[in-house]
Design a protein around this ligand. Sequence first.
Ligand SMILES: [Zn+2]
Length: 267
Amino acid sequence: MPEGQVSHRNAIVLTRAIAGDPLVRVDVAEPRLGPQRIAERLEGDVLDRMEARGKHHLFVFRSGRVLHSHLRMGGVWRAYPATAEVPRGGLWLALATQQAVVAQYRGPVLRLYEPGEPLPATQALGPDLLHEQADPAAIGRRLLGIEPTRQVGDAVMDQRVMSGIGNVYKSETLFLAGIDPWRAVGSLAPHEAEAIGAIGSELLAIGVRDRGRIRTYRPPLGTARPGERTWVYGRRGRPCRECGTPVRSRGQGDANRTTYWCARCQA
Ligand SMILES: [Zn+2]
């Protein structure tokens, strides 16, 4: 699942690829996009920048039009040189300048908005943990302001509370914060809620610097084994790196997304 840091990585790569040059070709490959007449509306336009807000991608054009993309579980963006053969399997949309092509595969959310048209999908988003002004205290207050009986491991995934945390960062953030994912939000002290905001932001920033790869655990030099990238995520039954207690996992929340935790470190 694309997490916030994938969106931010895409913002850098896709902006670098096509921003500032007119679109010479807009290739709409997915029939469901047909009614939007995206090619007619975008050809000749110039991408100003691509912004990531949580997992939302917003392509802002000079005309004021905004292309909104959300990758959900399976969508992906790729950038190619203009001379490359762009793979067609799963292709939804390709935007080409003289220099480069950016291509979107498997949607599933892609919509072009006219200048000034409100962007309904992102209006309700909470503070983006990767935004430069991400304020852990403000994120903490927002977390404490929601329905107090909700479990912490469910609430941090709620993009209205804070955006950017996906399933991996949920487990890793709460482990590093030392907070039991099954606790009710209403039981959090303000400093605990703030710690969740601060650690979440820090992990996502590391992910961007790491070119979108998720690596939250850095083994001591010389001891690394392949696949050692996380503190608890994906490590069910293996010893906690801090205390040796076997890591546990269980589905959580309405979507039943698996949460990993150490029952001793996160008591
Ligand atoms: Zn432990």
